[in-house]
Design a protein around this ligand. Structure first.
Ligand SMILES: [Fe+2]
Length: 384
């Protein structure tokens, strides 16, 4: 367990229902003249960019658009975008979208000032030079990639999904406007919202947690329990969208400091090997991993149950802790989460080898109950 704690978010956070209108001002304040706007086809075709292009135009900025970021972005995609950045003599990046375009945008910012391929900087503290200014504008509520100092990329040739973790990876500004999440369809709303729930729960029970991160994470859990159903089934409800974007941000501020634990350790290879959507795989594994970790964090599970609206008076702490898992499972039924990883192509015969790899992940020992490879295999089989 950590004996001293630090809290530092280097990214400036601008939040509000009209805040996208400030993008020109923010870019101008950073002295940016030629910007590469990084996004995906879905966002580019959704009309969401209008919230940004108009104020940028008013500020005299006409960005170069790179909209080829795919789900689970690859090293090759980032390298290609960085080449465009250099050829066009851009001086800053605006990344718009879910975790994929935002992670890609953060990496492009790094490659603008550091030679070579994104592959060279995967790992911890490999980036040497400060990145160019990067402004992240999320259109989903879940990853919190806009404030973290890590970006996850796929390297399909090596069947690898790996993080670029370094202080230089963190964005300069996170611009969060809940209006930009309104057009997100129910399925990604659900998956990203459950990713945020996983962040909040994992950070809350992490051995690195402390009262400051606990405050952020409990508030995030409560907001998700109260608003995710509405955001999924009635996406136009701006109050629900606003609450979910706040929840994602709060959980991100929590796990940026505590890191995550068993669930994200388990699901990382599923993204790399089978391209399973990040949020859905975390959500599917979460209750199974929670059951395993429960004996190591009973009182924290009681808090989670209460935050999710469960009645716990008159029952033992052990029973109340189980209600945390039940509340998560009830939420899943209400938002129609698919039940197993096999739906996404995960194969049982691959699990023993994958479990061995997972057991070595640095996040496993951050869990309140440490899983060995056999425990991980059992959890993966239950989640299948
Ligand atoms: Fe996540």
């Amino acid at each position: 367990m950590a004996v001293s704690y630090e809290f530092n978010i280097s990214t400036r956070i601008v939040y509000g229902r009209e805040s996208a209108a400030q993008i020109g001002e923010i870019a101008g304040g950073l002295n940016l003249k030629k910007i590469q706007l990084v996004t995906d086809k879905g966002v580019a075709n959704s009309g969401t960019l209008d919230y940004l292009l108009e104020p940028l135009k008013n500020a005299g900025i006409n960005p170069i658009i790179y909209d080829e970021v795919e789900y689970n972005p690859t090293v090759q995609t980032v390298d290609k975008a960085a080449e465009q950045f250099r050829n066009e003599n851009c001086d800053g990046v605006i990344a718009v979208g879910g975790g994929s375009p935002i992670d890609a945008g953060k990496c492009i910012g790094v490659l603008a000032t550091n030679p070579g391929s994104a592959h060279d900087y995967l790992g911890v503290d490999k980036v040497k030079n400060a990145a160019v200014p990067v402004i992240c504008v999320p259109t989903t509520a879940g990853t919190a990639a806009e404030i973290t100092d890590v970006a996850v990329l796929n390297d399909p040739g090596k069947k690898l999904k790996m993080g670029m973790r370094s202080p230089q990876v963190a964005a300069t500004v996170a611009l969060l406007d809940p209006r930009l999440t309104i057009t997100l369809p129910p399925e990604p709303t659900r998956d990203s919202g459950l990713d945020a729930l996983t962040h909040a729960i994992e950070s809350y029970i992490s051995v690195n947690s402390w009262r400051l991160t606990d405050t952020l994470n409990l508030q995030a859990i409560e907001l998700i329990g109260r608003y995710l159903r509405t955001a999924v089934h009635n996406g136009n409800d701006i109050e629900a969208r606003d609450a979910m974007l706040t929840a994602s941000l709060l959980a991100g501020m929590g796990f940026h400091h505590t890191k995550l634990c068993l669930v994200h350790a388990i699901t990382l290879p599923f993204g790399g090997i089978y391209n399973v959507p990040h949020g859905a795989s975390n959500a599917i594994v979460l209750p199974h991993a929670m059951k395993f970790m429960l004996p190591g964090a009973v009182s924290k599970y009681v808090d989670i149950a209460v935050a999710l609206g469960e009645e716990v008076s008159g029952i033992s702490d052990r029973e109340a802790a189980e209600k945390a898992v039940e509340a998560v499972e009830q939420l899943y039924r209400d938002v129609d989460l698919p039940s197993g990883l096999s739906l996404y192509g995960v194969k049982e015969e691959d699990l023993p080898e994958i479990s061995q790899t997972i057991a070595e992940n640095f996040m496993v020992p951050l869990s309140p109950r440490i899983a060995k490879a056999d425990d991980i295999l059992a959890i993966c089989k239950e989640a299948l």
